[in-house]
Design a protein around this ligand. Structure first.
Ligand SMILES: Cc1cc2nc3c(=O)[nH]c(=O)nc-3n(C[C@H](O)[C@H](O)[C@H](O)COP(=O)(O)OP(=O)(O)OC[C@H]3O[C@@H](n4cnc5c(N)ncnc54)[C@H](O)[C@@H]3O)c2cc1C
Ligand code: FES
Length: 323
């Protein structure tokens, strides 16, 4: 049984247990959110011993070289001494300057930052609950040159952070966030490359940023953007997307619903099947998929099978912890 040394104390780690699970079982409060190796809230540093390769996936080379790892996905194979990371992003204070419902279950928050946040459109920030230790990731729908950060938050039943942002946070309120992180964003590697973008639910938040960033940078290849929802009530930004499609002849916007009639200019059915039948060949395409983790996972497979190269598939799965 590997021993974890943390803040001068030793803890036995059960087989198949992550470091985060082990320390939590022993009553320690380690910052965490997604518990899936995505948000980097649990970033830790190995002082002695080797973190697993799995727990360093997605970290910058410079962090890997210094022994940083993600405690929520690190199942140690041998004894390890660790510390909570001292390089995580600094807290940035924000003020809610606008709050508006975009549909029945999605609220848009516009936040003004106390200091400039360095980010690329499509990245996410980690929002800190003002009254508890809770941290949750939200993708940025805004562009770095805009005045405010824009978040689209879906209400999750019994959700602690989404409940707070929907019901309690009001214009003028302040909280902290850290960021930005994530590698699902536009790069100018080929301005002619056709782009397929599939947003599921509030997956439209990063996609709205990525799409506008691509257009601002002069992307000339065709852009097909699908926004998928269970029902028409779950769609939003229909006018904004149609306006972008009218302004840019390379942009094709296709709203999709699983149930009920197809919306104007859109399709009805399972999003994976819609993409499969509408895009039989994706050889040479760049793909972006954001939102519900299970659907994002399925869509990545579909796009790969249709010929998109893995390095050309960018994704932002909104993973969450079951606990
Ligand atoms: C990189 C990243 C980007 C994200 N971007 C966005 C975004 O732009 N907009 C957005 O709305 N969300 C986004 N999320 C999801 C967000 O971080 C939270 O997981 C979500 O808001 C729920 O948090 P909560 O505290 O309200 O719910 P919790 O209190 O954590 O959960 C309450 C219950 O609901 C379950 N649950 C949590 N989330 C879901 C879900 N999505 N579907 C079904 N059950 C769920 C939990 O397992 C738990 O049982 C993102 C997540 C990641 C990792
Ligand atoms: S990466 Fe560990 S909690 Fe999100």
């Amino acid at each position: 049984m590997p021993i974890i040394t943390f803040e001068g104390h030793q803890y036995d780690c059960r087989q198949d247990e992550t470091i985060l699970e082990c320390l939590t079982r022993h009553g320690l409060l380690i910052p965490s959110s997604c518990q899936n190796g995505v948000c980097q809230t649990c970033l830790s540093k190995a002082v002695k011993g080797e973190p697993t390769a799995e727990s360093q996936k997605g970290l910058k080379d410079t962090l890997v070289a210094q022994g940083y790892f993600l405690a929520c996905v690190c199942k140690p194979q041998a004894d390890i001494e660790m510390a909570v990371a001292d390089v995580s992003h600094a807290d940035v204070g924000v003020t809610v300057v606008e709050k508006q419902m975009l549909n029945e279950s999605v609220v848009r928050l516009r936040l003004s930052c106390d200091e400039t946040l360095d980010y690329v459109a499509g990245q996410f920030v980690n929002v800190k609950h003002p009254m508890t230790e809770l941290v949750r990731s939200y993708s940025l729908a805004s562009l770095p040159d805009e005045d405010c950060l824009e978040l689209h938050v879906k209400r999750v039943p019994d959700g602690r952070m989404s409940g707070y942002l929907h019901d309690q946070a009001k214009v003028g309120d302040r909280f902290l966030l850290t960021g930005a992180a994530g590698d699902c964003f536009y790069t100018e590697k080929d301005l002619q490359q056709p782009l397929l973008m599939v947003a599921v639910g509030t997956g439209l938040a990063p996609m709205y940023g990525i799409l506008r960033d691509a257009l601002q940078r002069g992307h000339r290849g065709d852009i097909h953007i699908y926004h998928a929802s269970l029902a028409v009530q779950g769609l939003y930004y229909i006018d904004e997307m149609n306006t972008l499609a009218q302004q840019h002849e390379n942009v094709h916007y296709i709203p999709c619903v699983m149930h009920g009639e197809a919306p104007a200019g859109g399709q009805q059915g399972d999003i994976q099947q819609i993409v499969q039948s509408s895009m039989p060949s994706l050889r040479g395409w760049r793909v972006y998929v954001c939102g519900d983790p299970a659907i994002v996972h399925g869509l990545k497979q579909t796009c790969f099978m249709a010929g998109a190269a893995m390095p050309d598939i960018y994704s932002d799965p909104f993973v969450f912890s079951e606990k």
